[in-house]
Ligand binder design. Structure first.
Ligand code: AMP
Ligand code: ZN
Length: 463
């Protein structure tokens, strides 16, 4: 596979350093609320990336952390009256439920920052020992940016922005900050009253680690000093990933990540979808509107990861139709097969070779989807004995995209608005929103229809 690398600004072929397993790290969620579908654009792309490597025969080791100790988790845990551990455990579980609805494979290792405080303290000790960090009077510890000449290389900060001489009196204490404030960043934050019980003892006094440190410490633990690829949303390039490189290279030596993969933002109405702007949708929000997580996944992969993608509710309707069309096309191909036990290999994708090639050229998922449709169209003319190999190739690419197709719906005399109400009632029921579920049932009754649940779902019949 060829993939664009943020550091060298080139597409490069991916090869595992150890010649065997492709080992990569993705910055995970900050668990202080439900993840929104902008976050999931990034996580779904990680999943497609991994699935595509595996479909090409590569072994992978996928590490993704849980950020459960930072400014935001502590602030909101305090406000909720729960312990940080209980508060973040709840949102971690919700994250896992959403990931599974979206068809994302769980990472092989999922370490949490709270469980790696000693490793973070150890890394700070090393940085101080090597002259890259210094304690301040109040017991905090800062990374000295001017001690690392390569600072700014990943985010291509130019020398105008990066006047290292000027950083010495500027310090950034917040976990996140703007690019124009190049500053010594905090590794250890001394204990503050607003942190409540969330502090740990260290050689510099009570406090807690700064956010950037956790990934460096956990990468060292699970991937060592050199590994194949590091990823996250594009907002992490600066300062988070820049700071990770500085901490890791200065404390451990080594190259750190050989390749940097960043996913561009999901937008709504021209702005980045983000919790602070309040313009977000969660999976639950969209399911309540009658959409499925698989339709959301389809929308998220329908744009190239290096381009901004504008989210609209209309795109979800289009996704539903697209998935149904793929299901229909697959069914027609399936009907032609004599045997379907033929396995596709990475160099034999039949009519779907262009789809496979697009996926391997900088993860061009929109082109891959386009070629799936044109492959299915061309497959209509296939002889039956060619069908099985093509079906296997189609299925292999679908699996690499992580798409599950809806079961074909039997032809129905039920009007679309009735179908729609029934589906929304079903979703409301799944979400245990009994009031909404009852309301949809009443609307169906008013239209002259009866809805009954059965072990496979529900059945709507005229009254
Ligand atoms: P957070 O939970 O804030 O730590 O973010 C989790 C991941 O989602 C990070 O990799 C972010 O860069 C990414 N992310 C945040 N907002 C968006 C967005 N609107 N589009 C794509 N990725 C995002
Ligand atoms: Zn990180």
């Amino acid at each position: 596979m060829n993939l664009y690398d943020t550091l060298t600004r080139q597409q490069r072929e991916l090869k595992p350093i150890d010649g065997e397993t492709f080992r990569f790290y993705c910055c995970g969620p900050t668990v202080y609320g439900p993840a929104h579908i902008g976050n999931f654009r990034t996580f779904v792309m990680h999943d497609v990336f991994r699935r595509a490597l595996e479909a090409g025969g590569m072994k992978t080791l996928h590490v993704r952390n849980i950020t459960d100790v930072d400014d935001k988790t502590i602030r909101d845990a305090q406000a909720s009256g729960k312990t940080l551990k209980a508060f973040t455990a709840h949102w971690t579980e919700k994250f896992h439920t959403d990931c599974s609805a979206l068809g994302c494979l769980p990472p092989h290792i999922e370490p949490s920052a709270l469980e790696h405080i000693p490793q973070q303290i150890e890394m700070i000790e090393k940085l101080i020992e090597k002259g890259h960090a210094y304690p301040s009077d109040d017991g905090s510890v800062y990374f000295s940016v001017s001690s690392f000449p390569d600072y700014g290389k990943l985010s291509h900060l130019d020398t105008r922005e990066l006047d290292l001489g000027k950083t010495q009196n500027a310090r950034a204490d917040a976990d996140e900050y703007e690019k124009d404030s190049i500053a010594d960043f905090v590794l250890w934050k001394s204990r503050k009253p607003e942190d409540g019980d969330n502090f740990w003892s260290s050689p510099w006094g009570d406090g807690r680690p700064g956010w950037h440190l956790e990934c460096s410490a956990m990468i060292k633990e699970y991937l060592g000093n050199d590994f194949d690829l590091h990823s996250g949303g594009v907002d992490l390039v600066f300062p988070h990933h820049e700071n990770e490189i500085a901490q890791s290279q200065c404390s451990c030596g080594g190259q750190f990540a050989a390749h940097w993969f960043h996913i561009t933002h999901l937008m709504v109405d021209g702005g980045k979808m983000s919790k602070s702007l309040g313009n977000l949708y969660t999976i639950d929000d969209l399911e309540k509107k009658g959409h499925t997580a698989m339709e959301v996944r389809y929308v998220l992969i329908s744009g190239h990861y290096r381009k901004q993608l504008n989210f609209t509710l209309d795109s979800l309707h289009a996704a539903k139709e697209a998935l149904q069309k793929l299901a229909k096309g697959r069914e027609a191909l399936h009907a032609k097969t004599q045997t379907s036990n033929y396995m596709a290999s990475s160099d034999d994708f039949q009519l779907f070779q262009p789809a496979w090639d697009s996926l391997n050229r900088d993860l061009n998922t929109p082109a891959t989807l386009g070629h799936l449709f044109s492959g299915l169209k061309a497959a209509q003319k296939l002889e039956d004995d060619e069908a099985a190999a093509n079906l296997a190739a189609f299925d292999a690419i679908l699996k690499a995209l992580g798409l599950e197709l809806p079961a074909e719906e039997p032809a129905s005399d039920i009007p679309a608005d009735v179908q729609n109400l029934a589906e929304r009632r079903w979703q409301a029921k799944q979400n245990k929103d009994w009031a909404a579920s009852d309301q949809f049932r009443d609307e169906l009754t008013a239209l002259g229809w009866t809805i009954k649940d059965n072990p496979d779902g529900y059945e709507v019949t005229p009254r």
